[in-house]
Design a protein around this ligand. Structure first.
Ligand SMILES: NC(=O)c1ccc[n+]([C@@H]2O[C@H](COP(=O)([O-])OP(=O)(O)OC[C@H]3O[C@@H](n4cnc5c(N)ncnc54)[C@H](O)[C@@H]3O)[C@@H](O)[C@H]2O)c1
Length: 357
């Protein structure tokens, strides 16, 4: 049997369950230890997955068996745990978003570089078959001149969801609302496929929830570096919650992805491979996102990303989703929030955020 990278998880809440489930079935990685600041949560989790738990962060970092640390705490705490873990020589798998500000995200990236450990920022949707098919077609120039790249995330989160943990819906620990928390995956896909943005203008508001500081609805228009444009509509107020959509169009073709399925794949120069893609990517592989239920996301995407990181650690190269890749969506989203705050378009050439915190 080949080498298995030994992972420890910090923060044994909701998303940690996906990581643990994914780690159970991988041939190059396994879970060995967990830590949560609430000891009863760590113990229950450890018992469920048959691993050990520790009762202090220092003890967790001092564990020589743990080679890689999965950061699954609330977002605004990511840097606080990832940075000491990197200093302790652990490779880092950091849940999305890297952190709530670009400065904090950069501090994680810098520390991992300085301590020569791998950093992977979780965006499991990138590993979906449908996404990889779109990216391949895009890189081959099959869209012709790309004109529009847009997303709709008409999701639903109940008031109980926001009330379920004190950090949800706060600027300091969630970093934002429907955009930063729920929609960052499709924002990442837009940038991954179509490149970075040049300028954005946006409106946001709290339309249907109480006791939250961050937006539950936001609409933006974007100009990309490559000259194309797009719209972004995101919400956690749209009952019962529709699958997210990503739409890429150009002078030679247009594609629509819904959830993790391709529902339109049309090119002027149709090839035999296109028929295969319509079939193979027309079925869900269980990576559709949680349109109405945050836990209805499956662990298949996480498994692919953890596998990629473990291979990168073993092989001594960068994972597909490095820290630098992970910061792109954080930067873009912070620019969108700047436009909401100032009421004017935000130009990324300036990229000098006055923080919303
Ligand atoms: N990739 C995805 O699709 C996805 C989905 C959901 C959440 N997330 C991300 O995962 C992270 C966690 O979200 P969640 O919904 O699991 O939250 P959660 O509230 O369910 O769990 C967070 C856990 O972290 C623990 N914790 C808090 N501070 C800690 C600290 N300093 N040290 C150790 N433990 C600490 C809490 O006790 C809790 O058990 C967030 O950054 C979120 O954006 C990602």
């Amino acid at each position: 049997m080949g080498r298995k990278i030994k992972f420890g998880i910090i923060g044994t809440g909701a998303i940690a369950q996906m990581h643990a489930a994914a780690l159970q079935n991988l041939d190059n990685a396994e879970l060995v230890a967990v830590f949560d600041k609430v000891e009863t949560r760590a113990k229950e989790f450890a018992d469920k997955y048959g691993v050990r738990y520790v009762t202090s962060f220092e003890q967790f970092l001092a564990d020589p068996e743990v080679e890689a640390v999965t950061v699954a705490t609330p977002t605004g705490v990511h840097g606080d745990v990832a940075i000491p873990a990197a200093r302790a020589g652990k490779h880092i798998l950091c849940e999305k978003p890297l952190d709530v500000t670009l400065e904090k995200a950069d501090a994680i990236i810098r520390t991992c570089q300085e301590h020569n450990v791998r950093l992977s920022a979780v965006f499991q949707s990138r590993f979906a078959r449908a996404v990889q098919a779109i990216k391949k077609a895009y890189d081959a120039g099959r869209f012709g001149k790309v004109t529009l790249a847009s997303t709709q995330v008409k999701w639903f989160r109940s008031q109980e969801y926001y009330d379920s943990a004190g950090w949800r819906g706060t600027w300091q620990l969630d970093g934002g609302g429907a955009l930063m928390n729920q929609s960052i995956h499709t924002i990442d896909l837009l940038l991954y496929i179509n490149g970075d943005a040049r300028e954005v203008f946006a409106y946001s508001g709290i339309l249907s929830h109480e006791r939250i500081e961050v937006e539950d609805n936001l609409c933006a228009v974007v100009k990309y570096e490559n000259g194309s444009m797009g719209t972004i509509e995101v919400s956690t107020s749209c009952a019962p919650g529709f699958p997210r959509r990503v739409e890429i169009s150009g002078t030679n073709g247009s594609v629509v992805m819904e959830g993790d399925k391709i529902i339109r794949w049309e090119f002027v120069d149709n090839t035999p491979e296109d028929d295969q893609i319509r079939v193979s990517c027309g079925e869900s592989e269980g990576m559709q996102g949680g349109s109405g239920d945050p836990m209805a996301i499956g662990h298949c995407g996480h498994a692919k990303q953890i596998h990629d990181l473990a291979e990168a650690i073993i092989g001594g190269y960068e994972p597909m989703l490095s820290g630098r890749e992970g910061r792109r969506a954080v930067k873009f989203i912070c620019g969108i929030y700047e436009s909401c705050r100032t009421g004017v378009p935000y130009k990324f050439e300036n990229a000098n955020f006055i923080w919303h915190l």
